[in-house]
Write a protein that binds this ligand. Sequence first.
Ligand code: ADP
Length: 331
Amino acid sequence: MANIQILTKESGSSTTVDNLSNRKSVVDVDHIRKKYGATVAVDDVSFSVNEGEIFGIIGPNGAGKTTTVECISGLRRPDSGSISIYGLSPQRNRDKIRDFLGVQLQESALPPKIKVGEAVSLFASFYSNPLDPSDLLESLGISNIKNSIFKKLSGGQKQRLSIALALVGNPKIAILDELTTGLDPEARRETWTLIEGIRDRGVTVILVSHFMDEVERLCDRIALINHGLVSALDTPEAIASHAGGNRVRFVPSEPVDDKVLYAIPGVVGIERKERYITVSGTGDLAMSVINSLAKIGVHISDIEARGGNLDDAFVELTREGDASKLREGTG
Ligand code: ADP
């Protein structure tokens, strides 16, 4: 089972056993910090991305996600800390890195009248070993719009074009930022299939997203960034189940105080409704509740347990002023 890495500003350190650690890391972000004037956009961010994985970066608006990937792609220089991509610095070795790093820009800055095919061929000309533009358009399912001009494209078509532009250089690593924002549900699903196809071709993908369903479906691991700090780093499943997302609802044979419930290992939250108590928390919560209450002579009935989901975990992990609960929750 994966071990979660929960970091808090207060703890400043963590214990992690990465369940994908048998893979080689190709991007290493080491304690980067970036300020814009008085605004601390990235306070202290560290993580490694393994070769061939889809690595998600999630977090609330303004958390520092875009600044982090802009530093990785060499568009910005961190004030301190370091980044290594296949052993190279994106700031000092930008020309070398450009050849194997594909970056999808949030807003495509293309001339409005450029045709899709022309744009992809133009970008291909910047690289030493590009993909064939026609083959790429075909594989992305947009060869039919090869002769369409940029300003006439739909949101989904623009998104696919921006992915094509990120991939045409035949990168080893692709950075995709807010991939499916503004797309309809069908286009989102198609885009996900496309990203899985890219991963299957061996490309390492760094995906910035604020959609939990997207990262749950696509990402092998995610870093949750909050206020410029990494507050969780693990597989989506591990984060969902360890960050207080598990829930157990039951009816106790006699009244039980909150204090008693909070003392049960793993419990981080309590809700009461009529006869029912719902506790939320981490680990094997149902077993923990049954055993702990049995020890004090309280029996429970009508028990219903459900696993955590990433949405709940996200809310829990980004809740203001709750860092201490997190540390307790992860034991
Ligand atoms: P996210 O991608 O998570 O929404 P950003 O990295 O875009 O976060 O922004 C982090 C913080 O830095 C925010 O408070 C944002 O307003 C600020 N910020 C981002 N870019 C700039 C900039 N160019 N100049 C000044 N402040 C910026």
